[in-house]
Design a protein around this ligand. Structure first.
Ligand SMILES: *Cc1c(COP(=O)(O)O)cnc(C)c1O
Length: 387
């Protein structure tokens, strides 16, 4: 099996698994107790908090642990909305956000908030000036993702953050796809809140973190025992937290090297597939995209058939996003970059990771060509220019 769906989830790094193991059976104590068994867990948790803070250049006191990217997004967005509802009711986001952001905004829109969805250009990039133009005196929050999960485009977060701060508006970014993949520095990005998730960076599933800048106040959305500064109550998931910390440490150490290698493999894949296949196109920006992200479309071919044929050749890739694969609607992200519905149904996302090799890339290039040729022979929609 050749795994090329790292944007959906990544395998746990063996070193991460080793780091987690002692905290299931030997050091199982409740990290909020006073005896030594609990203190061991507490110490491990605080050292993980440093590792998480370090990869985004934050202070450990600015990190709270959550159950993942979805929860971090919810705490940031609803926490701001509830806290500042007397100040204003307007939220700005984009039209290519992950459902964890979009659905949260839609929920708030049903409860008295106004949401503006800023568009993207045909490459999938948001213009900072469009965000600025959307600001009103009621705006309390701007939430724009750092890197997109389907087409990998990287947004001008630092620029948007500067605008938000000049106007005194809270700025949140969903950085689930970017942390551990490209440099992420909360100070350079000018963000007040940032979401990250462990399983997208070779850590375990069900754990994540939210960066909350010193001085930013949020209303809790969960109520309980007061853990994580009252913002995420519940007995701490110590093994998960330790795993997330270790995953951050490994990703930070290897960032430059991995970025270079994945960019090289990505560009080789893009170049070969566009050259070897008629009417093949790249979705998203050619360079302003994540090192491991490739998203193609092929005229006359359905994404689902492509995925299934590639699967039979031992390749795991996806269409738009894992979250929408069970729905029949076309990808919102691909519609947002101006594709027609039939085009948006024909996409293939290949997301590379640190375990992929050059040989695998060569095999995938060859397999895509074979599958595209077979599907087009069968497709009534396709008439090759040569025939
Ligand atoms: C995967 C993903 C999420 C959700 O993270 P979970 O940890 O699975 O809840 C949120 N935002 C983006 C951009 C993602 O890719």
């Amino acid at each position: 099996m050749i795994y090329m769906d790292h944007s959906a989830t990544a395998p746990v790094d063996p070193a991460v698994f080793e780091a987690m193991k002692p905290y299931f059976i030997d050091s199982f104590g409740n990290a909020s107790t006073l005896y030594s068994l609990g203190r061991e867990g507490r110490r491990a948790m605080e050292s993980a908090r440093k590792q998480v803070a370090s990869i985004i250049n934050a202070d450990p006191k600015e990190i709270i642990f959550t159950s993942g990217g979805t929860e971090s997004d919810n705490i940031a967005i609803k926490g701001t909305a509830y806290r500042l509802k007397n100040k204003g009711n307007h939220i700005i986001t984009s039209n290519i956000e992950h459902p964890a952001v979009t659905e949260t905004c839609k929920y708030l829109a049903k409860h008295g908030f106004d949401v503006t969805y800023v568009p993207v250009d045909n490459d999938g990039i948001i213009k900072a000036s469009d965000v600025e133009d959307a600001i009103t005196d009621k705006t309390i929050l701007i939430t724009i993702m750092h890197a997109n999960n389907e087409i990998g485009t990287i947004q001008p977060i630092a620029e948007i953050g500067q605008i938000a701060h000049e106007k005194g508006i809270y700025f949140h970014t969903d950085a689930v796809q970017s942390v551990g993949k490209i440099p992420v520095d909360v100070n350079e990005l000018n963000v007040d809140m940032l979401s990250l998730s462990s399983h997208k960076l070779y850590g375990p599933k069900g754990i994540g973190a939210l960066y909350i800048k010193k001085g930013v106040r949020l209303e809790p959305i969960l109520h309980g025992g007061g853990h994580e500064r009252g913002l995420r109550p519940g007995t701490e998931n110590v093994p998960g937290i330790v795993g997330l910390g270790k995953a951050c440490e490994i990703s930070q150490e290897n960032l430059e090297k991995e970025m270079q290698e994945l960019t090289r493999l990505r560009d080789k894949l893009i170049k070969a597939v566009l050259e070897e296949n008629e009417e093949a196109y790249l979705n998203g920006h050619p360079t302003q995209r994540l090192p491991g992200n490739v998203n193609f479309r092929f005229t006359g071919i359905e994404g689902e058939s492509l995925i299934l044929h590639l699967d039979s050749k031992g390749i795991a890739a996806s269409t738009g996003s894992a979250c929408s694969s069970t729905k029949l609607e076309p990808s919102q992200v691909l519609m947002a970059i101006g594709l027609k519905e039939v085009e948006a149904h024909g996409s293939l996302r290949i997301s590379l990771g640190r375990d992929n090799t050059e040989e695998q890339i060569d095999y995938v290039i060859k397999s895509i060509k074979e599958v595209v040729d077979i599907l087009r022979k069968m497709s009534p929609l396709w008439c090759s220019k040569g025939e």
